[in-house]
Write a protein that binds this ligand. Structure first.
Ligand code: A2P
Length: 318
């Protein structure tokens, strides 16, 4: 089935599968089997991050699939992300090297700045002040980006990009960099369709990667009674029309919009189901209908850092 997955082309010419396995919230005890199973059925793109605290287990899965001859390194596309406490330029190369060691890889295909704002370096991954508030750092993401460019030039990653950047931050980055970001990985689903930011990124040849495409029902801060995207009767009805599940409908919606899509699952039947979206297409009318569900329903606001000068969502920007 791997051959059915379309590729997108980044602004640097690198091709990347439009569909991959997300690993945010995949527990260390579950993620290894999930990654091995996904690769065995044709997934070729795995989205990782240092902060998910499961890269060693993913590394063990990758090393096994290579040893077992299921896939070769050059057939896989592996993304990881620089955590907020490692933005200081001298920390970037050690950070990617730690990730490479954990993933048991020689190079990444894509390395992203996870969030535009920096947090206090060299301590906890979620550093706090004595009063319990989040401890910030004032490192500018432009300086971090220079170090990202350097690790790409060293061959530690084939492409670099960003995540959770707003339009103003992307404009500033584009004006002050020699390598433009290949992608901006952002939250995208029918309740937050991100049309304005996607249009801007497209105009600048920055591919969108859609995280939380299923609405992340397993997000740790979900409250009882929160709207559940996959239970939305209008999406359930669309699924019935195409003889597909609500998950398959919202995943194909992103793919048809040209967005790289990375649903997370640790359940074999769902990993398989999510990958079975290549035999149908939503009509333009149904895509427009899904577009109309937008309600600014952001589920990953990172509000613990709302007052940071570089917080991307706290100032009415998109
Ligand atoms: P699980 O990992 O237990 O299979 P997102 O990618 O938007 O963050 O969503 C991930 C969440 O969606 C996880 O709770 C995952 O559960 C669940 N999930 C993944 N695929 C499906 C599916 N096909 N149907 C329903 N829930 C799914």
């Amino acid at each position: 089935m791997a051959s059915k997955v379309p590729f997108v082309t980044f602004n640097n010419g690198q091709k990347f599968p439009i569909f991959g396995l997300g690993t945010w919230k995949s527990k260390p005890g579950e993620v290894k089997e999930a990654v091995k199973y996904a690769i065995s059925i044709g997934y070729r793109h795995i989205d990782c991050a240092h902060i998910y605290e499961n890269e060693p287990e993913i590394g063990s899965a990758l090393s096994e699939v290579f040893k077992e001859g299921i896939v070769k390194r050059e057939e896989l596309y592996i993304t990881s992300k620089l955590w907020n406490t490692m933005h200081r330029p001298d920390l970037v190369e050690p950070a990617i090297k730690t990730t490479l060691k954990n993933l048991q890889l020689e190079y990444l295909d894509l390395y992203l700045i996870h969030w535009p704002f920096a947090l206090k370096e060299e301590g906890a991954l979620f550093p706090t002040n004595p009063d319990g508030t989040t401890a910030y750092s004032d490192v500018d993401y432009l300086d971090t980006w220079k170090a990202m460019e350097a690790v790409q030039k060293k061959g530690l990653t084939k492409s670099i990009g960003v995540s959770n950047f707003n339009k103003k931050q992307l404009e500033r980055l584009l004006q002050n960099s020699t390598i433009p970001p290949a992608t901006n990985q952002i939250e995208v689903h029918p309740y937050l369709n991100q049309k304005k930011l996607i249009d801007y990124c497209t105009s600048k040849k920055i591919v969108i990667t859609a995280y939380s495409p299923l609405g992340s029902p397993d997000r740790p801060w979900a409250k009882p009674g929160d709207p559940q995207l996959l239970d939305d009767p209008k999406i359930v009805a669309l699924g019935k029309k195409y003889k597909k599940t609500p998950a398959q409908v919202v995943l194909k919606y992103q793919v048809q919009r040209g967005n790289i899509t990375i649903p997370k699952s640790v359940t074999k039947s769902r990993i398989l189901q999510n990958f079975d979206i290549w035999d149908f297409n939503l009509t333009a009318e149904d895509i427009a209908l899904l577009d109309s569900f937008d309600c600014n329903g952001r589920i990953c606001p990172y509000d613990d850092a709302f007052s940071h000068k570089d917080h991307p969502f706290s100032r009415d920007e998109y």
